[in-house]
Write a protein that binds this ligand. Structure first.
Ligand SMILES: Cc1cc2nc3c(=O)[nH]c(=O)nc-3n(C[C@H](O)[C@H](O)[C@H](O)COP(=O)(O)OP(=O)(O)OC[C@H]3O[C@@H](n4cnc5c(N)ncnc54)[C@H](O)[C@@H]3O)c2cc1C
Length: 496
């Protein structure tokens, strides 16, 4: 098949672009190239839902340990020595040789489905300062409606149980007064669907774009295909050179190329292709991540006992305290569930995870630089991450710690038993800004508001890296909006 559209990356963003183009221009021939191998037997499936018992059990054991380990311990794939031997998985960015000491917990996926095979699926609705000012509110609302549908966002699968309601009430007492209208403590929107009878399913790339799983005459997925460079004739992209794990290369030509290779590697591919606008790799942003957990006495909260999650789940309630502007600038991710005995047989206490995401300053100095001479273990330009918190960021983190202590006491009482930890940069896995969009080609952006790379016809970027703002909350919902926009633009550009 000769594709009209070539998508680099098989994660949530690549799938969302494909789904939007298919919806708007059903006959489009689409090829998706993915550097990593298949993970499991069903392409791009979430590990929570895979048929392979060992994979599913290992994923569930990791998440059962709580929010903290889901993120810090997420990059479990070990050392990446070369492509031929690399197993599918989530690798610490440094494992490929990159200089990432400034973001020691940065990680990237190397498998069909990308991070979409592992994500927790929390989908807080972007709001306020997270939304680029140069996109009209009405347009953003329409794009977000598409995003919610693609991600299958629900608000009724994780609570509220009586215990969850009690936690919402306690947090409302503490923070209701500083919350904007409608933005008090509430249920977290989740990209989770399915019934209790059939089990809850995470939305993964194969659910967003079913042809990844079912195949079709109009779609081809090529795993183990590293896009080494985008081929440009004059000012127009004409395709991509891909390499298999032996290093053998071939060219895939297409009228449109959309790079959905995550916020760390989308700029890497553009750099490798000689496409190097001044903003490339700059404005790297990530909210700081203050994790925490408090133990609560069900009786004190007025509930009968420790809440027991649905079978196959580790939390009974997924809750949210949205950011509300300067009076309450933090995103709160709260989950309620049991703390089990060491042998996992008895629920011995009620544990409430209370994580606080702290927005950090968007600035050009925060960046990912690439080398012209050195390569990573996959043969792509070696990266060096330059990133530090400003004094303003550090002050906000301290304020967040105080507020988190208030939350612990609100839920667990004045003598609450709680722990808190500021996770190292990179831990959130929510990176943005490195191929950011802008209203004008003025040197501070890489793409226009539709994801079209300035100066290169037919070339687009989509995903978290395209977001220009300080994203306070989990980044995937806002990132998916950029995929929706790019997909629409590609469909229009391809014409009838
Ligand atoms: C444990 C965990 C929990 C998370 N929880 C949440 C959450 O609750 N809410 C939330 O909003 N977000 C969450 N995230 C983040 C979320 O998963 C990501 O924001 C999202 O999946 C990013 O999608 P993507 O398609 O941009 O990137 P990825 O999923 O990283 O996919 C990019 C793909 O591109 C491929 N690629 C890279 N370079 C090349 C190349 N040169 N050639 C070919 N292919 C290439 C990669 O192999 C990868 O598969 C979580 C992530 C993890 C790991």
């Amino acid at each position: 098949m000769t594709p009209e559209l070539l998508i680099v990356g098989s994660g949530i963003m690549g799938a969302a672009v494909a789904a939007e183009v298919r919806r708007l221009r059903p006959h489009t021939r689409i090829t998706m190239v993915e550097a990593g191998p298949l993970l499991g037997t069903v392409p791009a499936q979430h590990l929570h839902d895979v048929a392979e018992e060992s994979e599913r059990a290992s994923y569930n054991a990791n998440v059962a340990a709580g929010v903290q380990s889901m993120y810090v311990g997420a990059a479990t794939a070990g050392h990446f020595s070369d492509r031929a031997s690399a197993a599918p998985g989530l690798y610490a960015f440094g494992a490929l040789g990159h200089r990432s000491d400034a973001m020691p917990a940065a990680a990237s996926a190397w498998n069909v489905g990308g991070m979409g095979s592992r994500w927790t699926a929390a989908c807080p609705t972007p709001w306020g300062s997270e939304i680029p000012t140069f996109i009209s509110p009405a347009e953003w609302a329409d794009d977000y409606d598409r995003t919610r549908r693609l991600l299958r966002v629900t608000t009724d699968r994780f609570g509220p149980t009586p215990a969850g309601s009690a936690v919402i009430d306690a947090l409302t007492d503490a923070f209701g007064a500083v919350s904007a209208p409608g933005r008090g403590p509430q249920i977290m929107p989740m990209a989770v669907s399915g019934s209790s009878a059939g089990g809850l399913r995470r939305t993964d790339p194969g659910r967003i774009f079913p042809e990844i799983v079912a195949g079709s005459e109009l779609f081809e997925l090529i795993p183990d295909a590293l896009a080494r460079r985008i081929l440009v004739d004059g000012d127009r992209a004409r395709g991509v050179e891909i390499a298999d794990p032996t290093g053998a290369t071939r060219v895939v030509e297409a009228s449109a190329v959309v790079v959905c290779a995550d916020a760390l590697r989308s700029p890497q591919l553009l750099f490798a292709s000689g496409i190097r606008p001044p903003a490339l790799g700059r404005y790297l942003n990530e909210h700081a991540f203050l994790t925490g957990r408090v133990f609560a006495e069900p009786g004190t909260l007025g509930v009968g006992g420790v809440p027991i999650p649905r079978p196959g789940e580790w939390m009974s309630d997924s809750l949210w305290l949205p950011h509300s502007g300067s009076a309450q600038p933090f995103h709160w991710q709260v989950s309620v569930g049991p703390l089990y005995s060491d042998d996992l047989t008895d629920a011995v206490a009620m544990a409430v995870s209370i994580s606080v995401y702290v927005p950090t300053t968007v600035r050009a100095e925060s960046r990912i630089e690439f080398s012209d001479t050195e390569t990573d273990a996959a043969g792509m330009p070696l990266a060096h991450i330059v990133y530090e918190y400003t004094d303003e960021d550090l002050a906000l983190i301290e304020r967040a710690r105080e507020q988190q202590q208030r939350a612990f006491e609100a839920v667990g009482g004045a003598d609450a038993l709680a722990d808190t930890l500021l996770l190292p940069p990179g831990s959130s896995l929510h990176y943005s800004g490195t191929v950011r969009m802008g209203a004008a080609d003025d040197g501070t952006s890489v793409t226009d508001p539709e994801g079209r790379v300035w100066g290169v016809q037919g070339l687009y970027a989509a995903g978290n890296g395209v977001l220009p703002t300080a994203v306070v909350a989990n980044v995937t919902p806002a990132g998916t909006v950029t995929a929706v926009r790019a997909g629409r633009s590609v469909a229009a550009a391809l014409g009838e």
